[in-house]
Design a protein around this ligand. Structure first.
Ligand SMILES: CCCCCC(=O)SCCNC(=O)CCNC(=O)[C@H](O)C(C)(C)COP(=O)(O)OP(=O)(O)OC[C@H]1O[C@@H](n2cnc3c(N)ncnc32)[C@H](O)[C@@H]1OP(=O)(O)O
Length: 554
């Protein structure tokens, strides 16, 4: 292990030996979590100059598996010191000595608190910022801290909604499974090798034990060897010390299409507390597993049957956590985005119009949409693939599909039902079915108002059963360049598909493949602070049901 360079970075390198791996010869997730925690804590202590404890660990997505014989390199550094706590950023890579190929395993952010000395809290010195990267991480860490400290409130908000906004019987599915057989209980005694010199059990060791029981629980449901894909944000509520008995209880909370969430609760007891049955709840964590079939494909899971009060709470909790995870991933990602707008000129108009319709049709047909809420006649879904997040809102409307199509494709009417639209005017057109709109939207988070230049292409069904399609994507128009008045945003792929459901009823699906220009408008919804998506959908249904009378008169 190196002592770190000038920048305060601490590195740990290991060759993966059989003792670090599972029966498949892959580095065990528990061992990885232990190394991550140790390296990060040492980076924190290097900055603080005193002993530190792990307060919390943000979501970790594990992108690559390391195998026996490969080398793991963990780099950790303090991004920002707050008051008594600091954020440590960790990067893990795996290298194969035979091929020299290096791959990214995961990025993690942990918070460490300097242990009080002589009963007094230790105020940390600020971090010395050198490179532009240091400055970027410094400012992003404040945003991450905000989300971290509100994590519990965000979760509680979503749970309140979850119970009102999720109808467990929304689909008739007789293949739903019970998770009762996935309950696992295990006990560990904290011995000196599991603890630091002050006798506190290492956070990484506790995480490794949690992973062991969670893995057993997930494997029982998968009927295959489960692999840890991600760890939800969690906090260390209180310490465990040498001599404590730690009881771990795991159970599968919910399944998504190709993953399962396992919840693990850890209770600590001294010998006396053990006999008296007085538990200290020191940690709860939620781990996401996947499993591969004998054909090498990811196993698809049936839905979970939640009947008892407790299993309903765990079922809804898993959906709420998934929402927060997805939101965090996209809100905090600072990956550069390629511009999505193409110039709208005579040479490519038909191509852009075709592409507009085709992109929306392909987005709608994708598999892997995860349901996030159900409420009366509205269902919302998310789709998270290759770092692209999309949302879908399905609305049941008692309107013939044709008036719904005419009303929704007249974007000038949209400010009547969608508060995210301030104004919308036609600025160019090649006919009734392909129009360019200039849309303005209200400011979010003290930023300027945004505007969008959007091509709307619409098509009636060619044959019975096809939907009406209204597609939208950004284009650039030389006559309407970005101005100082607005932040110019972009729409990658959005719009409506309207399916007939009998004489006077239709299913309207709104889809949007999110870009950084759109995320600010639904960020609070994604993180559980508002129901703006559902409220807008209610507005849309009411608008269609009351306005249709006018279109039928046309
Ligand atoms: C070598 C390897 C060693 C590995 C190290 C370990 O494993 S240690 C072992 C595992 N970890 C533990 O045992 C820790 C158990 N937990 C605790 O002891 C305690 O919960 C705690 C010290 C972390 C926090 O205690 P309190 O909540 O009472 O303290 P207090 O409210 O004053 O908060 C102290 C600082 O922590 C921050 N803080 C509190 N909870 C937080 C959370 N979930 N995520 C991020 N930061 C948090 C606060 O904002 C504050 O920062 P500011 O002051 O900056 O505003």
């Amino acid at each position: 292990m190196s002592t770190g360079c000038e920048s305060g970075e601490v590195q740990m390198c290991h060759t993966v030996y059989p003792l670090h791996s599972n029966h498949l010869g892959e580095l065990s997730a528990g061992q990885l979590l232990t190394w991550i925690d140790t390296t990060a804590c040492l980076a924190a202590e290097r900055h603080a100059g005193v002993a530190c404890v792990t307060a919390s660990v943000d979501d970790i997505q594990i992108e690559e598996t390391a195998r026996v014989g490969q080398q793991i390199c963990i780099k950790a550094r303090v991004n920002r010191a707050f008051n008594t706590s600091m954020e440590v950023g960790i990067k893990v890579a795996v290298a194969d000595p035979l091929t020299n190929v290096q791959k990214h395993v995961c990025t993690a952010f942990s918070t460490y608190v300097a242990k009080p000395t002589g009963g007094k809290k230790v105020t940390l010195k600020p971090v010395r910022l050198q490179s532009p990267w240091d400055h970027l991480e410094y400012s992003l860490s404040a945003e991450r801290r905000r989300i971290r400290l509100y994590h519990e409130d965000a979760f509680n908000n979503l749970m309140e909604d979850g119970l009102t906004f999720y109808d467990l019987d929304w689909e008739e599915d007789h293949n739903k499974i019970s998770t009762d057989s996935t309950q696992v209980e295990s006990i560990e005694l904290v011995l000196p090798p599991h603890a630091n010199h002050q006798g506190n059990a290492f956070g990484g060791q506790i995480m490794a034990w949690m992973e062991t029981v969670a893995n057993i629980s997930a494997s029982r449901l998968c009927k295959a060897h489960a692999t840890l894909k991600s760890v939800d944000m969690f906090k260390f509520r209180g310490p465990a010390t040498v001599g404590d008995r730690l009881v771990f209880r795991a159970i599968v909370n919910n399944t998504f299409q190709k993953s399962v969430e396992v919840g693990v609760r850890v209770e600590a007891y001294t010998c006396g507390e053990w006999t008296a049955g007085k538990a200290r709840h020191i940690n709860s964590a939620f781990l996401i597993y996947q499993a591969v079939s004998s054909k090498g494909e990811l196993i698809q899971f049936p839905r979970v049957k939640a009947t008892r009060k407790d299993s309903v709470r765990r079922f809804c909790g898993a959906i709420a956590r998934r929402k927060i995870r997805v939101a965090r991933k996209y809100i905090l990602s600072n990956k550069p985005e390629k511009p999505v707008s193409h110039p709208w000129d005579k040479g490519n108009q038909s191509y852009l119009s075709y592409n507009n319709i085709a992109a929306l049709t392909v987005l709608a047909a994708k598999s892997g949409w995860e349901l996030s809420s159900t409420a009366q006649n509205i269902k919302t879904f998310t789709h998270d693939e290759n770092d692209v997040l999309s949302i879908k809102v399905e609305m049941q409307v008692t309107v013939h599909p044709r008036p719904a199509y005419l009303l929704l494709s007249d974007l000038g009417l949209r400010p009547n039902w969608d508060t995210h639209y301030l104004s919308c005017e036609v600025i160019d057109a090649t006919g009734e079915d392909d129009k360019i709109f200039h849309i303005t939207c209200p400011p979010v988070k003290q930023n300027k108002s945004r505007d969008f230049i959007v091509l709307m292409s619409r098509r009636s069904p060619y044959k019975n059963g096809d939907p009406y399609v209204i597609a939208m994507r950004s284009v650039t128009l030389a006559s309407h360049p970005p101005t100082a008045e607005y932040l110019r945003g972009e729409v990658q792929c959005a719009g409506f598909l309207i399916y007939s459901q009998g004489k006077d009823s239709c299913r309207v699906c709104y889809l949007n493949q999110l870009t950084s220009g759109i995320i600010p408008y639904i960020e609070e919804n994604l993180t559980g602070w508002s129901n703006s998506i559902e409220e807008t959908a209610f507005g849309c249904i009411t608008f269609l049901e009351t306005a249709q009378v006018y279109t039928t008169l046309l």
